[in-house]
Design a protein. Structure first.
Length: 217
């Protein structure tokens, strides 16, 4: 029983850790791409659709987890449901990235896969050390670093492109500074209400005096 309990516990760690990490090159920053449990109801009902989505996701991207998930379902319902929630969230996040940013999606998926593989190997090694498992784990850890480098390089490439566009914008703004200021002034001037015409002060005074004389008469 202790062995089974330990195995179930290790499997729960596999799922929680494998779905939580490695989505992009900023994953090592605080709060980056980490599940926000505060926004999620702890006892959210796990629906058949979520289970199907989770199973389909791991069958396509890490088939070894299918059997582990089934064993977790039989041994620990609470951890199983949390694993399904996390896997469903990971599947949804990656599907969204696939539509909005295919290039990033490729790297994010690779990062998820290698992180998942690392957690399974770590769980196996915790159950009993083996030279083969250790060698494979070390290889996957190196692969994880390589993927992280690819993510960082993609981020740098896009940052450089943004900076180049910003430099171009700054240069154009400096060049057209005076012209833009003049256009802005002319636009404001046209939008201002025109002052009412002033009467001739002399004519006004003459009219007033005539009025006074008429009153005296």
């Amino acid at each position: 029983m202790r062995i089974l309990s330990r195995f179930a516990f290790l499997m729960s760690l596999v799922f929680v850790a494998s779905v939580a990490g490695g989505f992009d090159g900023d994953s090592d920053k605080p709060g980056a791409n980490k599940p926000n449990r505060a926004k999620e109801t702890p006892k959210t009902l796990v629906t058949p659709e979520m289970e199907a989505e989770a199973t389909s996701f791991i069958r396509q991207n890490h088939p070894e987890l299918v059997e582990l998930l089934n064993q977790l379902k039989a041994s620990n319902t609470t951890q199983y449901q949390q694993a399904v929630r996390d896997l469903s969230r990971a599947a949804t996040t990656l599907a969204t990235t696939a539509k909005s940013d295919p290039k990033k999606h490729v790297l994010d998926l690779k990062a998820w896969q290698v992180t998942s593989q690392i957690q399974v190997l770590a769980a196996r090694m915790a159950m009993g050390r083996s030279p083969d498992v250790e060698a494979e784990l070390k290889a996957r850890l190196l692969e994880q670093i390589d993927i992280r480098l690819e993510q960082q390089e993609l981020d740098r490439e896009r940052t450089a492109a943004r900076l180049e566009r910003l430099d171009t914008t700054i240069a154009k703004t400096k060049q057209s500074r005076d012209e833009e200021a003049k256009k802005a002034f002319d636009k404001l001037a046209k939008s201002m209400p025109k002052p009412s015409p002033k009467k001739d002060s002399k004519a006004a005074n003459t009219g007033a005096k005539k009025g006074e004389k008429a009153d005296l008469k």
